[in-house]
Design a protein around this ligand. Structure first.
Ligand code: CAA
Length: 380
């Protein structure tokens, strides 16, 4: 897609591609095996400005556009999808809503450290009974003088154990449903905040994901993000950007699987010739190349729409839906091309397949993306 990119975008892509190949990819299999969080890598990514790619420079970020952001997540995920999701969450679900909805004082306190890699954020929306039905929150925030008192349990919080603070969504008025949800900034070390045990996951095993219990957690009113009752919109706005990030994560994993399949097909000899000379394999590779590129274009569409300042909810949903579907197909075919060795941990394709699956689930399942797209095209 070089001809669609500006010189700046190409430079960002080449920088992160080189960094990812040198410093992220080599340890990815080991971190997956040990379920090890890529702390050192994230520190370096922060220093390079990749924790707040879109955040303006005056707020600690790199001040780059959304296309650059998707290229960054794509290249990082191509090397290690676990590092990819940490970057995506901090950029999309933390820095983006802070930039859009925080007060100047909050930006100074939370956005600058988050975008410059000095603090890591996590996004606490999902609960045991509020997954796709994200508005059905049982976590409550009760106003008490100049504080709110928060009680509840969040589940599947990416970065839950490693984050310095959370953007937490809680119900301040149950009867008002979506208009009764409010967002808060909650430091992880506050009394009553208890991150739980790390989930043992099928894929992206290097990223941490855990429940977080809030037991009578007292936060001052100044930690409220946006107005009371505006939290659901803040969460949905953040998720628009998040879905582009996850689409880019899926794209990176798919590109890695395709690269591995091409290389293996050229080197593996059966019936006296490389398997890449058989049409059965060529057709698989052709389909994979086409799907990867189609996905890249849909992500580009969503990212450029955001860069033009337009609402990109539907395009983000399409980009994520297509990319997560695509990465499942591409990683399965990559494994099939590898045959028996693909099923072992000697080769990376089984990890790619395991890493791929979650992209159909988090930041809105594929079913939710279809719902978002259908609703938008039928509303007129
Ligand atoms: N941007 C701005 N506002 C939005 C919006 C968006 N993208 N989507 C909805 N809204 C607004 C609506 O306009 C509406 O406002 P009004 O009442 O003023 O018109 C309000 O929010 C309520 O919206 P809905 O009526 O659409 O609410 P709903 O209850 O029908 O839910 C839904 C819609 C799309 C199903 C939503 O619940 C959803 O996206 N569910 C999936 C949840 C999800 O993605 N969870 C991911 C968890 S985070 C995660 O996975 C991170 C991680 O760890 C990696």
């Amino acid at each position: 897609m070089d001809h669609l990119l500006t010189e700046d975008q190409k430079m960002v892509r080449d920088t992160i591609r080189e960094f990812a190949a040198d410093q992220i990819a080599p340890g990815a299999a080991d971190r997956d095996e040990k379920e090890e969080y890529p702390a050192e890598i994230l520190k370096k990514l922060g220093e390079l400005g990749f924790m707040g790619v879109n955040t303006p420079e005056r707020y600690g970020g790199a001040g780059m556009d959304m296309v650059s952001y998707f290229l960054v997540v794509d290249e990082i995920s191509r090397a290690d999808a676990s590092a990819g999701v940490v970057i995506s969450v901090n950029n999309s679900l933390i820095c983006y809503p802070l930039e859009k909805f925080a007060t100047e004082q909050q930006k100074q306190k939370w956005l600058i450290p988050a975008a410059s890699g000095k603090m890591l954020g996590a996004f606490c929306l999902t609960e045991p009974d509020a997954g796709s039905d994200a508005a059905n929150l049982k976590t409550t925030a009760r106003r008490d003088g100049d504080d709110y008192v928060i009680n509840g349990t969040k589940s599947f919080t990416t970065n839950g154990q490693n984050a310095d603070f959370y953007i937490l969504l809680a119900s301040t008025d149950k009867a008002a449903t979506t208009k009764g949800i409010t967002a808060f900034l909650v430091p992880r070390d506050l009394e009553g905040v208890q991150p739980g045990k790390k989930e043992k996951k099928m894929g992206i095993r290097g990223s941490d994901c855990c429940p977080v219990v809030y037991d009578n957690v007292r936060v001052p009113v100044e930690n409220r993000l946006g107005e009371e009752g505006n939290g659901f919109k803040i969460a949905m706005t953040a998720l628009d950007s998040g879905r582009v990030g996850i689409a880019a994560q899926a794209l990176g994993v798919a590109q890695a699987a395709l690269d591995a399949a091409k290389a293996y097909a050229k080197e593996r000899v059966q019936f006296g010739r490389p398997i890449s000379s058989f049409q059965a394999i060529q057709f698989k590779l052709a389909d994979m190349e086409m799907l990867v590129n189609a996905s890249r274009m849909l992500i580009y569409l969503a990212a450029t729409k955001k860069d033009h300042g337009a609402r990109f909810t539907t395009e983000a949903a399409m980009a994520k839906l297509f990319a997560s579907d695509m990465v499942m197909k591409v990683t399965q075919e990559a494994l099939q091309i590898h045959g028996g060795v693909g099923y072992t941990k000697e080769y990376p394709v089984e990890r790619f397949l395991r890493d791929a699956k979650v992209t159909e689930i988090y930041e809105g399942t594929s079913e939710i993306q279809r719902f978002v797209i259908a609703r938008s095209i039928l509303k007129d």
